[in-house]
Design a protein around this ligand. Sequence first.
Ligand code: IPE
Ligand code: IPE
Ligand code: MG
Length: 232
Amino acid sequence: MSVPKSLAIIMDGNGRWAKAQGKPRTYGHKVGAENVEKICRACDDLGIKYLTIYAFSTENWKRPETEVKTLMSLLNTYLNKCIKTCMRDNMRFKIIGDKTGLSKELQNTISRLEDVSGKNTGLTLVIAINYGSRDEMRRAFIKASERILSEGKEIRDITEEDITNALDTEGIPDPDFMIRTSGEERLSNFLMWQLSYSEFYFTDVAWPAFDEEELKKAISVYENRHRRFGGV
Ligand code: IPE
Ligand code: IPE
Ligand code: MG
């Protein structure tokens, strides 16, 4: 099997990685954010077309206020930087999650970044912010229902495709492969509809230490797997 066209990563372990070095959790988030740029370049070099990363979940608001503030500020800084570099890198950006729950400042940064990078043809980086799969599906069911009723049809006429097209990931191919770093082996409310047939890979390596070599190791495991879609 060849390199995945669409890859998803749950970037986990920033806090534990920092703590192991006697540093505050926020230091781990800073190094973790820097690592995103490196992994994007590596993905592009490998021929991956879509990378979807989990940056902040709908549950992450329950973290201490100072940590949430740091994460939001790092995200805003990172996305502003991308506005400047996306044309050079030919990268397209798309943010998934409930944007209405984010600050006006972050919402503005996001819409500028999506506008300016929208026609780029290189790697598409999909960033999940204030994202939860259950919340996304709830919003998608409402959207699909409104659409079907506006077409003069009935709710029971909704197809799987209608739901797929009402999700935040509309237009993004389902991930072929999903990586979670730092030892946890769960989905934590990430892309539950879209990962139905993806291959999973778990590693003990924390996100800030997950480098190009680790990515290549993961991809080689993927290449040796036999994917099935319910057939033989
Ligand atoms: C991942 O690292 C980043 C976010 C969830 C925002 P964590 O912050 O979850 O780090 P650990 O898992 O506590 O070590
Ligand atoms: C999942 O990681 C969310 C992100 C990576 C953004 P968490 O660290 O928040 O997940 P749990 O709490 O361990 O399930
Ligand atoms: Mg974690």
